[in-house]
Design a protein around this ligand. Structure first.
Ligand SMILES: C[S@@+](CC[C@H](N)C(=O)[O-])C[C@H]1O[C@@H](n2cnc3c(N)ncnc32)[C@H](O)[C@@H]1O
Length: 261
């Protein structure tokens, strides 16, 4: 059997210049001022975690995979787990995360304020910066794909704009989602966000690959690993002006019982 050669324009995860990803440019474009879409996504994630953990004790560990220069998924996990692993492949993004762990920048407060519309966040019992510093400690250098062979398991997880935004390959996208799911304990709640129909994106001087996926693909790939999956789709408000993607897809659910697989 001969293998099909990759399409000329295919860009695998290992082909992109992740160490040149510029966190300052990315933050200015996306997170310096909170966008309505992030507020909406964060509100759903907050409610999902809060509903799940109501009446339960805090779990030991959470993970944000491909954290990049975005702290809001980790902020959403703060009340619910003792420790949070921020896993990231890019050297510059790791440097950014390490700079934020002891005392994060003031613009992240607007995201925390959205979370505080839920009582569990508002009554955390200590300043979120102190809790963040205590929970995150050392961001971890590593790859999403290594989680497939990793024996560690986390009790709570997030992965925002990663599996579809690091490759043009459908097989790699699916493997990435599978590796994220492999990292979670049975019953662990999770939130995963995806760009819909992305054509790839620029950060500063560099172009990064994306796999064009839609809601049905997200449902299909998660279906093998997760229960009670709820999908929220938000259209890109600028989609009439061509902006390289059509919307964002948020999937909230619970890791299936691993023994049933
Ligand atoms: C589009 S950014 C998303 C960043 C952030 N999660 C957010 O919500 O904005 C994609 C991130 O995935 C990281 N990344 C790329 N390949 C990765 C891999 N194999 N394992 C883990 N992270 C990876 C990039 O460095 C970058 O931080």
């Amino acid at each position: 059997m001969t293998s099909v050669p990759p399409a000329a324009d295919q860009k695998l995860n290992g082909d992109a210049p992740w160490d040149d990803f510029d966190p300052g440019v990315y933050i200015s474009h996306n997170y310096l001022e909170m966008q309505a879409v992030d507020e909406e996504i964060l509100s759903h994630v907050r409610d999902h975690f809060s509903d799940h953990f109501r009446g339960r004790v805090r779990v030991a560990s959470g993970i944000d995979v491909g954290a990049g220069p975005n702290l809001y998924p980790a902020l959403a996990m703060l009340p619910w787990c003792d420790r949070i692993t921020l896993l990231e492949r890019s050297a510059r993004n790791l440097e950014y995360l390490r700079s934020q762990a002891p005392d994060y920048a003031p613009h992240w407060d607007q995201f925390w304020n959205v979370l505080c519309k839920d009582e569990a966040y508002a009554t955390l019992g200590m300043a979120p910066r102190i809790r963040f510093k205590e929970a995150v400690q050392q961001p971890e250098a590593g790859s999403l794909f290594d989680l497939c062979a990793d024996e560690r398991r986390w009790d709570l997880g997030t992965m925002f704009f990663v599996a579809e935004s690091i490759t043009t390959s459908l097989a790699e996208f699916r493997r990435g989602v599978g590796c994220f799911m492999n990292a979670l304990n049975s019953g662990a709640p999770f939130a995963a966000a995806f760009m819909e129909h992305s054509e790839g994106y620029r950060v500063g001087d560099h172009t990064f690959p994306a796999r064009d996926i839609d809601e049905s693909e997200v449902r299909a790939v998660l279906g093998g690993y997760a229960d009670h999956v709820e999908i929220h789709r938000t259209a890109n408000p600028k989609q009439l002006v061509r902006d390289g993607y059509t919307g964002m897809i948020l999937a909230c659910g619970q890791r299936k019982n691993r023994h049933d697989e």
